[in-house]
Design a protein around this ligand. Structure first.
Ligand SMILES: C[S@@+](CC[C@H](N)C(=O)[O-])C[C@H]1O[C@@H](n2cnc3c(N)ncnc32)[C@H](O)[C@@H]1O
Length: 376
């Protein structure tokens, strides 16, 4: 086993939830420049890919050094032991980015890094010329930030939000990783009811069910590092077998989602079925404000429409206003709403207990939290 420096990348504002998840898996995270760093071996690569719900990707930080000239970038890259990880037939595309650095031409940085690695591998494998690149895929990235070159290797492949259950989507589905963060931020536990009154394609309810059943979010997908020769198949078998053994498919869950649009309900049901939650989550076509319950201490979490289209704002405002009124009847429920509407609290009719700034894609939003008075 080797100890790697690893990084879990996260959307802006979600570094803390990702760091919490990394810690919960038994690794010590440090957060820097919006990234969550930790150390771990091959098993850590498999476990974090399988279990991190909120992170975008897990990458190996293979090298970091200062480079203000292409010579420095070339020599720094060539000095790294690429042959330790890349077999002679590795396919290794190099992506790039550059921020506040003298080496501002991303294309040139990519080309230099590629050339340096080819030279290094040819030397290490005692050969010359072009490498075949017919073997396993290693997605590399050269990132220049304030003249520091960082070379990373992606271990995830498709972003970790791709859990494999999304067979259909509405107009503005939440990314699964953000939805998982939104559920976690509510501190919901499976013994409490969970409801999404603007459920769309059902992402929040499905992520809640996964958390409720302690299902690994990556259980039903594969990862690019599964194709690497030194990532023993046994490691993946073991982490998957462990995930299967700790999942609790029998736990009683009260998770519901409603949406005014019946087509969304069909999509949500299809997604939930794909995730293995047919019959576990109840979806129904309904006006948000018609919500009623005889349960106590529930969690309502949602992202209502933001009313971006002309003519839509008033409708959305009315939906929020009436739901705010309706929820006054259920004071033990806690409500969490992700919205970009700055007048949200006025519409809801109450000041939020807490607000948290988050980005939904590029849209700046607040996660409005109205804590309930829990009944014992
Ligand atoms: C931003 S989308 C939610 C997306 C969802 N989180 C997902 O991941 O797919 C908002 C949803 O609210 C629904 N909606 C709009 N007005 C509503 C109302 N008054 N009552 C219930 N649902 C409503 C829309 O049909 C839409 O599906």
């Amino acid at each position: 086993m080797t100890t790697f420096k690893l990084v879990a990348t996260a959307a802006m504002g979600l570094e803390k939830p990702v760091a919490d998840e990394v810690r919960a898996l038994g690794y010590e995270p440090t957060v820097e420049n919006g990234k969550v760093y930790f150390e771990g071996d091959e098993t850590a690569i498999a476990r974090t890919n399988l279990w991190l719900r909120v992170a975008d990707r897990v990458k190996i930080v293979f090298g970091e050094f200062r480079a203000t000239t292409f010579d420095q970038l070339f020599e720094g890259t060539k000095a790294l032991p690429w042959e330790d990880l890349l077999p002679v037939d590795a396919e290794f595309p190099v992506a790039g980015k550059s921020v506040k650095s003298q080496l501002g031409s991303v294309r040139d940085c990519q080309a230099i890094v590629k050339k340096a690695i080819v030279e290094r591998l040819n030397g290490a494998y005692g050969r010359r010329g072009i490498l075949p690149e017919t073997g396993p895929l290693f997605k590399l990235e050269i990132s220049m930030l304030k003249d520091i070159a960082t070379l990373t290797i992606d271990t995830s492949g498709a972003g970790l939000h791709k859990r494999g259950y999304r067979v259909g989507q509405g107009e503005a589905p939440l990314k699964e990783t953000l939805a998982a963060a939104l559920v976690q931020l509510t501190r919901w536990t499976p013994d409490r009811p969970f409801h999404d009154p603007f459920c769309g394609s059902g992402t929040l309810a499905i992520e809640a069910a996964m958390i409720g059943q302690n299902m690994a979010p990556g259980y039903n997908r594969d990862f690019v590092s599964e194709g690497w020769p030194w990532m023993d198949a046994k490691i993946w078998e073991d982490v998957r077998a462990h995930a299967e053994s700790v999942a609790d498919y029998e736990v009683e869950l009260d998770i519901t989602g409603t949406d005014i649009d019946h087509r969304m309900i069909k999509i949500a049901e299809a997604n939930a079925a794909e995730a293995g939650f047919a019959g576990v989550i109840q979806f129904k076509q309904m006006q948000a404000a018609d919500f009623t319950t005889d349960q106590e201490n529930g969690v309502m979490a949602s992202n209502p429409p933001y009313g971006e289209r002309i003519g839509e704002v008033e409708e959305v405002e009315e939906a929020i206003r009436t739901l705010g009124r309706a929820m006054e009847k259920f004071p033990s429920w806690s409500v969490y709403m992700l919205s970009s509407m700055e007048n949200f609290e006025d519409l809801w009719g109450r000041r939020a207990t807490k607000k948290r700034k988050l980005f939904n894609g590029f849209i700046r939003t607040d996660y409005y939290q109205f804590w309930g008075q829990r009944k014992r």
